[in-house]
Design a protein around this ligand. Structure first.
Ligand code: C2E
Ligand code: MG
Ligand code: MG
Length: 682
């Protein structure tokens, strides 16, 4: 700056003084130019047209009296350094001029070259510093204003002393003035919120990353993070808007804690709520109830109408269950069709019974899904804190055990947990483990039950029914272990073993010269879903040497609902080789009659409940008659299952039922006993 040429504007009306100044400057070693104005207005004119570095201003001008000249000049050039030239008697006024922003003053009587030059240099230097300061202030202001960081200064009373634009924008005010007028308090949700903050600051003088919720001018809520210090009752600090980050965190938390389909809490969140409820209950000494709900026939709905309808059903069920509960209760979906409910402050068992009853009744009305009116029900298991467990895991496990029990008791009801249920669960686990090894250890056996052709009285077929010779429990029937094997996932091994045993047995009878009968084997849903089923059956037939026409496969009507669509082609291939297919338990499932056309079925086996029911309810007779007519019109044979007496047989004969099976003819028998039914007997 000093190396630069110095442009001076001298505003002085006294020609003598003008000359004096110019003379003094003439001998200055710095490069300069000097321009003279005789009046203030002339000086202002020059100032408007040209840039100067400094003004030498006479105190007494014809058109500018004393201090009045200074603001006039500042109006035109606010940052222009001014050095006052004044007479001795004006010194006091000159001091006031300094307060107006004049850089220096020189007494005309005492002025000399050194003084003049020094004053000019100083005023220049001061201006440079001021310029730089202003520049950096500007820069800083820009930074602060454009930053996402809000900066503020308030006093302890809540009067805003400074706020940057970012904070004004953050709080949705139109201008800093608007926010200043509203005062600091207006951004807090409650006066207590600000008081808390001030209390912390008073105690420790500073606060870091303090999270709070602010209310914007338009009434929106923003999550803010504040760091501030308090010094001499002035609070200053920074604020960051973390609303989006919080929302994102919330979403992520929600997604990991909620079930995407129903929007209900998932198992993780349920356990958290339960933990909280338990610690509260421990303090306040009250009960907590955990309800474990499972829908009774969801699988069938899902299988028959498809997953999309199943999903809608689960959503509808969630909505309906919610209407039975209070705000403070938690309902979570913890698995396929399983829900957990937490009643955090149950008073007594009667209250819980009332709620359980309400939940069960909620299923009375059908659900409308895709214009289907669907009925479902729920089985509920209940465990209570502190009686049935002290922690979340135990309570959930015990409620689950109670739910199983409710299912066993005929579904659509509720059961309170009892320790015996756990003993039963343990028993089931032991049984499952043992069953796994039962095939290798030769504990499974097949019994055969004759199917009699009603025209001739001949045994036309034998149904192979598995039994388990349990070393301690004696002979177990399929219902005691088949569902367990299905659940544990090893039913296919059992089915394959029965299939092989039955084929081998039939071949053995044939080889022993007995009359040929076909053997009917039951296959589980899981087996029928396997695409390689046809290959497995073909291989077993080859290995045992049995002709395909001597084998039949029974598929329960319930199974048909379970997406065997994929395997239909392989079933057709098998049927083409001569294997006969029979729909078992016909009439109890959701009869999807179109399957009768799609599947290569040759036989319908009417469920035994129709046969047993016809004695007490004549409607059953009508149904059986209709089924027989339907089957015959589709060219299918009909077997009546569970025939126990003469009158049932007489009716079936009358309505032209083709075959019958039941205790009236024989119970299922071990192979050596069954052989006598084959004519010629073996
Ligand atoms: P299902 O295929 O409907 O078999 C008929 C069931 O009715 C047999 O029960 C049979 O003993 C019983 N039954 C026969 N006649 C009468 C009667 O006159 N009155 C009464 N009340 N019942 C009669 P079981 O042997 O207990 O088998 C039950 C079910 O277990 C079978 O029903 C079948 O679905 C399944 N099952 C049997 N063996 C196997 C197998 O090897 N694999 C698979 N996956 N399931 C099997
Ligand atoms: Mg059967
Ligand atoms: Mg059956």
């Amino acid at each position: 700056m000093t190396a630069k040429k110095l442009n001076i504007l001298l505003i002085e009306d006294n020609p003598g003084d003008v000359r004096l100044i110019i003379e003094m400057m003439g001998r200055a070693e710095i490069e300069y130019s000097i321009e003279h104005a005789g009046t203030l207005s002339d000086g202002l004119d020059k100032l408007r047209r040209k840039t100067f570095d400094v003004i030498l201003l006479d105190m007494n001008l014809p058109d500018g009296n004393g201090l009045d000249s200074v603001p006039e000049i500042k109006k035109v050039s606010p940052k222009m350094p001014i050095v006052m030239l004044t007479g001795l008697d004006d010194e006091e006024t000159a001091v006031s001029a300094l307060q107006l922003g004049v850089q220096d003053y020189l007494l005309k009587d005492r002025i000399d070259r050194t003084l003049l030059l020094r004053s000019l240099r100083y005023s220049m230097e001061r201006k440079r510093i001021l310029d730089e300061l202003a520049e950096s202030e500007e820069k800083y202001k820009g930074l602060v204003d454009n930053a996402l960081v809000g900066v503020f200064k308030t006093n302890i009373k809540g009067e805003i002393l400074y706020i940057n634009d970012a904070l004004v924008r953050m709080l949705e005010y139109g201008s800093p003035g608007e926010l200043i007028a509203a005062r600091a308090l207006s951004i807090y949700r409650t006066p207590e919120d600000r008081k808390n903050l001030v209390d912390i600051l008073r105690k420790s003088g500073k606060i870091d990353n303090y999270e709070f919720e602010a209310v914007t001018k338009t009434g929106n809520t923003r999550s803010l993070l504040l760091s501030a210090t308090l010094s001499r009752d002035i609070m200053s600090g920074m604020i960051i808007d973390i609303t989006e980050r919080k929302q994102m965190e919330e979403t992520i938390k929600r997604q990991s804690n909620h079930d995407a389909l129903t929007g209900l809490p998932n198992r993780v969140l349920f356990s958290e709520h339960l933990d909280l409820a338990l610690s509260q209950a421990a303090r306040e000494r009250h009960m907590v109830a955990v309800l474990y709900l499972d829908l009774d026939n969801f699988k069938e709905i899902n299988d028959s109408l498809g997953h999309a309808a199943g999903d809608q059903m689960l959503q509808a069920v969630s909505r309906r269950l919610k209407t039975c509960l209070r705000e403070s209760d938690t309902i979570a979906r913890i698995g396929g069709d399983e829900y957990n409910i937490l009643l955090p402050d149950a008073n007594n068992e009667n209250d819980i019974v009332t709620i359980a009853g309400k939940l069960i009744s909620a299923f009375r009305k059908p659900f409308m899904i895709n214009s289907h009116s669907l009925h479902t029900s729920t089985s509920i298991g209940i465990s209570l804190y502190p009686h049935d467990g002290g922690d979340a895991e135990t309570l959930m496990k015990n409620a689950d055990a109670a739910m199983y029990d409710a299912k066993k008791q005929g579904r659509n009801n509720y059961r309170f947990y009892s320790p015996a249920m756990n003993a039963r669960t343990l028993e089931r686990m032991k049984l499952a483990n043992r069953l796994r090894g039962a095939i290798e250890s030769g504990e499974l056996v097949v019994h055969y039950q004759p199917q009699v052709t009603l025209d001739t009285g001949q045994v036309h077929c034998a149904e192979a029914l598995v039994r388990w010779r349990h070393p301690e429990k004696g002979l177990l029937y399929p219902l005691q272990f088949i569902p367990l094997a299905e659940e544990m996932g090893f039913i296919t091994q059992i089915d394959e073993w029965v299939l092989r045993a039955a084929c081998a047995q039939n071949k053995a009878w044939q080889e022993a010269g007995c009359a040929s009968a076909c053997v009917m084997v039951n296959l589980s849903a899981r087996h029928l879903q396997q695409p390689e089923l046809a290959d497995i059956v073909t291989r077993i037939l080859q290995e045992t040497g049995l002709e395909p026409r001597f084998l039949g496969i029974e598929i329960s009507e319930r199974t048909i609902m379970q997406e065997i669509e994929m395997t239909i082609p392989s079933l057709v291939r098998l049927a083409d080789t001569g294997v006969r297919f029979c729909i078992d338990d016909f009439g109890v499932g959701y009869s999807a009659l179109n399957y009768l056309k799609k599947l290569p079925v040759r036989v319908l086996k009417v469920d035994k409940s129709f046969i047993s029911g016809m004695t007490s309810d004549p409607d059953y007779k009508t149904i059986i008659n209709a089924v027989i007519n339907l089957a015959h019109s589709l060219n299918l044979k009909v077997v009546a299952e569970g025939v126990e007496n003469e009158s049932q047989l007489a009716f079936l004969q009358m309505i032209s039922c083709d075959e019958a099976q039941g205790y009236h003819f024989s119970r299922p028998l071990p192979p050596e006993e069954f052989a006598r039914y084959l004519k010629p007997a073996c």
